[in-house]
Design a protein around this ligand. Structure first.
Ligand SMILES: [Zn+2]
Length: 441
């Protein structure tokens, strides 16, 4: 990109030289606040793919990367990629990064933490004149949440060479296709360049994503940081229940074929099947009685099922039991059901060799090395198709809430995460394994 387009930043000017972890933590928090100004909706954190706020946020990130001693480029989907050379120029790189788009009215640390934190670490090494055997590439992924075009993980998919060209025809709320948005983004590319955005796996030594946990596990355990063991697989289904509508006053309870009550009983069965099983979660997030009225026995009900687990076998067993429960409950209540699977993704394990290196970095910092699965999807699960992947989770405040303006974290935890991520990168040993294709969705 043309660097003259970038705003010059002074957030770190007074803090230099950047040797104190506390200063680094405070600087990361200040930059997260500063980046929150790049929003489509004043007073809210809303930044979706290739909007003006998204472009100005990208320019800000690029300026911070350049200031930290990195060469910066943008690719066809708008990913912002900063490269800090190793001791030998043009060395293969350890990649690290996360996304800078947000959900509507989301939090200011989701994704952004995993970009700002490594930029701060690189700025510190740059100030100290330190370089390593490997290069470091910090990636701000342009799109992960799937808000504008109902297609997720666009940034990481482009870099992994796994971009699904069919999504180019998706339209946003204004009727603009993704193809038009990319072609007119002013990045100097067109959709014809999508293939060229793929990074060569032979040039990748591994990938680390630092991300807020987006849950309460670390908070409840009193721990700042955790090592992610893997990203949960997921099955999503839509269920339609058809019964017989009737008058709420005249149809006796015994003779009813109430679609909503059947759906409710199925929802409770899902809660019971998934409850109390470590690592397994089941959710009915949509529940609708179309055309329902207070004085009508419901003849039709629609609901969604989302089942996730780190172990694919555990998830598949739960889904089989849920399908059996649907049949059993429907038969007993005299209703018909139609089940449509809308999404299925296998779980993606983090690379054991990198988890061990994160473990060692946490222990060197005097911190317990708690391991936990990720129930949410992340860019890391796409990059895992090309190179060894690890994730470091950072504690969320406010009960672990995320995708919400109440999302928060502390400067102390940002400082600890910067210290552990720096130590991990300084001691990084590539595993040399190149067998990653099996995870590609
Ligand atoms: Zn995120």
């Amino acid at each position: 990109m043309n660097m003259s387009d970038c705003t010059k930043s002074n957030e770190f000017a007074e803090a230099a030289p950047l040797f104190s972890w506390d200063e680094l933590g405070a600087g990361i928090m200040a930059r997260a606040q500063a980046l929150a100004a790049h929003t489509e909706a004043p007073g809210m954190m809303t930044r979706s793919f290739l909007t003006p706020a998204h472009h100005t946020a990208a320019a800000r990130l690029a300026a911070w990367m350049a200031e930290a001693g990195m060469s910066v480029r943008r690719d066809v989907v708008g990913n912002v990629i900063g490269r800090y050379e190793g001791i030998e120029p043009d060395a293969p790189a350890l990649l690290t990064g996360s996304h800078f788009d947000t959900v509507p009215n989301g939090g200011i640390y989701d994704g952004i933490l995993g970009i700002l934190l490594p930029i701060a670490c690189v700025a510190r090494w740059h100030a100290q004149g330190r370089r390593f055997a490997h290069a470091i590439e910090v990636i701000g992924f342009a799109e992960e949440e799937g808000v504008r075009f109902k297609a997720t993980l666009l940034g990481s998919r482009a870099i992994a060479g796994a971009f699904d060209l069919r999504v180019l025809d998706h339209t946003d709320a204004a009727g603009v296709t993704m193809r038009q948005a990319i072609d007119t983004a002013g990045l100097g590319y067109s959709c014809a360049d999508l293939g060229a955005a793929a990074m060569d796996p032979a040039r990748m030594l591994g990938f680390l994503e630092v991300h807020i946990e987006q849950g309460p596990v670390l908070l409840d355990a009193g721990l700042a940081l955790g090592i992610v063991t893997g990203i949960a697989g997921a099955t999503r289904m839509q269920v339609e229940v058809s019964g017989v509508a009737g008058h709420a006053g005249t149809v006796p309870m015994a003779g009813r074929r109430d679609a909503a009550m059947a759906a409710a009983e199925i929802a409770l069965a899902i809660e019971q099947r998934c409850g109390g099983v470590e690592g397994l979660v089941g959710t009915v997030g949509q529940f609708d009685v179309p055309g329902g009225a207070a004085n009508v026995v419901p003849g039709r009900a629609l609901f969604s099922i989302d089942v996730r687990a780190e172990q694919d076998g555990q998830r598949e067993a739960a889904v089989a039991d849920i399908l059996a429960a649907i049949d059993r409950i429907a038969a007993r209540r005299g209703v018909a059901t139609q089940v449509r699977q809308t999404h299925e993704a296998r779980s993606v394990p983090c690379a054991p060799a990198l988890c061990r290196q994160l473990d060692a970095a946490l222990r060197r910092a005097g911190l317990p090395a708690r391991r936990l699965p990720s129930g949410a999807g992340h860019d890391a699960m796409v990059i895992a198709a090309r190179t060894d992947m690890a994730m470091l989770f950072v504690r969320c405040g406010n009960g672990g809430i995320s995708h919400n303006p109440l999302e928060t974290m502390s400067a102390e935890d940002a400082a600890l995460a910067a210290r552990v991520a720096s130590d991990f990168i300084e001691h990084f040993q590539p595993s040399g394994s190149n067998d990653h294709k099996e995870y590609l969705a």
